[in-house]
Ligand binder design. Structure first.
Ligand code: DSN
Length: 442
């Protein structure tokens, strides 16, 4: 994109965007919830649809002049259902601003405040809005959390069923932010139905993989399915909620006026474009390669002796368990990898002995690098470079005293400057990344 007007009118913001474009190109983006949106998606998202208010739904807005945005929103809804192979028995709301308000809209639309919801615990892979005590979801509803099995680090459906019978939640959420395995959505739905609960799937991370046919779908049985639109789907930052027709009114009211005001029609247009792109043979190939790349990356890391949560991955993400080095080292590795131009994030692991800001895990994934055209060979190389950093820098101790942690991180970050290992890895990362162009950036 050439940004000619921005460059003239606001060189300060223009420069920052240019710097970020450089950062996105120069290194390896390996945060599993990120990928690159196409130039077409970015154009629609940055369009004049931004100017329009359109509270409520197509055909019954609170504002005049909605003739075109009505068509945009309907087109997006049509494509969303097409992409997931859905018929008239499902409805889709494409207005949620993003995943967090979308999850809250589902809870607000379907339940009464104080009702019980069951979901995956945050350090076991669940999301903030799946009832983490710091989030509004846990203040407004009563959450019961299921966990992964301590030994296998995968979901134990018999234990989940037992918990559901004990607590009789009104809603059971399946979905994650950091679970590297396939969830048995059918079994989760059956558990919900056996106690008269509504089944919900948060497929935010994997919706692109589902469209590509490389991951099982929560359709056509799950009652409500939420997805963000900017992860493996590669759209703008937004969300969609699919529901069986019987929940349409409640879900629509949960979104507007329950949680939100005017929808972002420019984002909805961007989602429509991403959905069109997701139904192409190229996108299917892309998702197939994500799975191959994640497996290659996992193998490479394990060959180097690193421990992965659950011993590998079935999807686009994997989790390095840093406990063998000591608790709380995730932040050091995130910083050391960032200094070497590999972007990942620190992440709590099951039963993490350390708090979420100083967790003992690293989460990484392949959607962004795969969209640049990287394959197994590059993932093998990336795995070796990541392992080198982990093995050297995870040896730094994290103080047990809370007061001392921030200064330990500061001191650690300063020690990375001109560090010979960082310099060497960084130059190899840049050499690897520079062979591949970046969708929407180049
Ligand atoms: N923050 C997102 C992720 O990284 O998984 C979820 O909201």
């Amino acid at each position: 994109m050439n940004y000619e007007h921005l460059k003239k009118e606001d060189p300060e913001v223009y420069e920052l965007i240019q710097k970020e474009a450089g950062r996105q190109k120069e290194g390896l983006e390996m945060i599993p919830s990120e990928s690159y949106a196409s130039a077409a998606v970015l154009e629609a998202t940055g369009s004049i649809l931004n100017n329009k208010y359109a509270e409520n739904y197509p055909g019954r807005r609170y504002y005049g002049g909605c003739v075109n945005v009505d068509l945009v929103e309907r087109l997006c809804q049509k494509r969303a259902k097409e992409a997931f192979g859905l018929g008239d028995n499902y409805h889709v709301n494409v207005q949620p601003y993003s995943g967090s308000p979308a999850n809250l809209a589902v809870y607000v639309g379907l339940l009464n405040l104080g009702d019980t919801i069951m979901a995956l615990r945050l350090d076991h892979g669940g999301h903030l809005t799946h009832g983490n005590p710091a989030n509004l979801s846990a203040k407004a509803f009563k959450f019961v959390h299921y966990e992964v099995n301590a030994k296998t680090e995968t979901l134990d459906y018999d234990a989940i069923e037992k918990l559901a019978f004990e607590h009789k939640p009104k809603l059971i959420v399946s979905g994650f932010t950091s679970y590297p395995r396939i969830i048995d959505f059918k079994r989760m739905h059956e558990i919900a139905k056996s106690i008269g609960a509504i089944s919900m799937v948060d497929m935010s991370h994997i919706s692109g993989l589902i469209i590509g046919g490389v991951h099982p779908s929560p359709f056509p049985f799950t009652d409500v399915v939420m997805t963000t639109t900017h992860k493996t789907l590669r759209g703008p930052r937004g969300a969609m909620i699919f529901c069986k027709k019987e929940y349409k009114e409640q879900i629509d009211k949960g979104v507007f006026p329950g949680m939100q005001g005017g929808p972002h029609e420019h984002t909805i247009a961007g989602i429509a474009v991403a959905l069109k792109e997701s139904m192409t043979p190229e996108f299917k190939e892309y998702t197939e390669q994500i799975i191959k790349n994640t497996k290659a990356l996992a193998e490479s890391l394990m060959e180097e002796g690193l421990k992965l949560i659950s011993g590998g991955s079935d999807n686009h993400l994997l989790m390095i368990d840093l406990r063998p080095f000591g608790p709380g080292r995730g932040i050091f590795i995130e910083k050391a990898l960032e200094a070497a131009e590999i972007s990942v994030n620190k992440q709590p692991i099951p039963n993490d002995p350390s708090p979420p800001f100083y967790p003992s895990g690293i989460r990484l994934g392949t959607p962004a690098v795969t969209s640049r055209g990287m394959k197994e060979q590059e993932m093998q190389k990336a795995g070796k470079l990541i392992a080198r950093i982990v093995k050297e820098f995870a040896l730094t101790e994290m103080p047990l005293d809370r007061e001392k942690r921030a200064s330990a991180v500061k001191e650690f970050a300063a020690s990375l400057e001109n560090h010979p290992t960082i310099k060497e890895v960084k130059s190899q990362v840049i050499a690897l990344a520079s062979k591949f162009s970046v969708p929407g950036v180049d």
